[in-house]
Design a protein around this ligand. Sequence first.
Ligand code: TYD
Ligand code: MG
Length: 447
Amino acid sequence: MVKEISKYKCSECGFTSLTMVGKCPKCGAWGSMEADTPVPVNKKGSVSTVRAAKPIRGLDVEEQPRIPSGIAELDRVLGGGWISGGVTLISGEPGVGKSTLLLQVCAAMAAKGKSVLYISGEESSGQIALRGRRLGLMTNGLDLLCENDLLSALEAAKDYDFVVVDSVQAFRTDDENGWAGSPSQVKQAAQMCVDMAKSSGIPTVLVGHITKSGQIAGPKLLEHQVDVVLLFTGEHDSPNRLLRAEKNRYGSTEELGIFEMTDKGLCAVTDPSKLYWNGNDLGNSGVAIAMPLEGSRSIAAEIQALASMTPFPYPRRTARGIELNRLQLLLAVLERRCGIASRTSDVYLNVAAGLNLKDPAADLAICASLASALRDVPIPPDVCFIGEVGLAGEVRPAARTRMRLKEAERIGFKRAVISRRTPKEEYPMEVIRVASLRELLAIFVSR
Ligand code: TYD
Ligand code: MG
């Protein structure tokens, strides 16, 4: 006999309730409660069919060939290109350029002889064609389908080599209740696309909107349903756009794709160091250059710190581009290990051009920038900093130091500060080896 346990379930966190509520009492999500159809449970819990497990070594598998997207920066993030039957979700804020990027991808693939279908539930064919004409993307082999009924759209998709669904929130499916964009509709729409891709082997891309808090709108499940999740980001006042993989079942999630939005659509940025660093601010106090790794390449990142006397008993600390906790930790290390106190100063730290620094090897440059600001002593413009800083104030070696130095040398730096523990080899530029932060400050930030 089937035992009915609950009537409504939150599609975000799984909370169950006997009554329908607008806001989930557990996770606070609005409109996420849905009728929960109970699954018949076999009382004894016996397994109906027994499947034979196979030894992993006996399986005959081949590396799946990649299908190039025609856009090198995107291929870098994907790990070489699309995979047959793979489903990719590309998410980003409205206006960041998802539709533009995908139209460019579609045209590039069509130009290589693939048959491509762009299904749009948001824009009319006229709008898309107008954008296509403006960007010079009127290629043969690219078809548009503007439709809100996903079932019939996917029926038409079966004969194509590549399919884009823009966006997963814009479609209505018949099987579920609710408006297009409601959690159950989005989940169902995504599942229909996944089923189509898996059964036909067509690489499929779904566009997903994100909410104000940066989450993909719809159930969290969406990210589990697909093979790859890409996040496309950019600041409103800047043409720079960053593409990275949040999840990638077929490759690494470390690569970063860098684009610029121009009047010709999205263009790859070939010299990313120049994007985050233009050399104009060097020589001011509080400015130091880090060489963080972004995926398999290193780029120059300019770190700026400002310290000013505070009128408040609790000084302000703000950080843009690094975590606030990391700023507080490095300030504590500077105070305890090097005697550079900041408790009477407000401290502001900024990584130029909206880059988000996660690489711990940027610690040394952050500390140099903070010390330079707190002591008001500028750092020489020809030096960059590569190393991780520990709680004892020690400087630890960074991974792939040689590669970082090569990039620093290419863009014109003459000297680099690295950890004394970095292997002694020939480096492409003059290196200054330091064991501790104190040693570094004695060279560069002493008055
Ligand atoms: P769009 O691709 O429609 O964004 P999304 O699908 O993510 O919502 O991009 C729209 C923005 O991009 C719009 O504000 C104008 C800008 N844009 C350009 O600057 N240049 C271009 O060539 C195009 C097509 C768009
Ligand atoms: Mg769009």
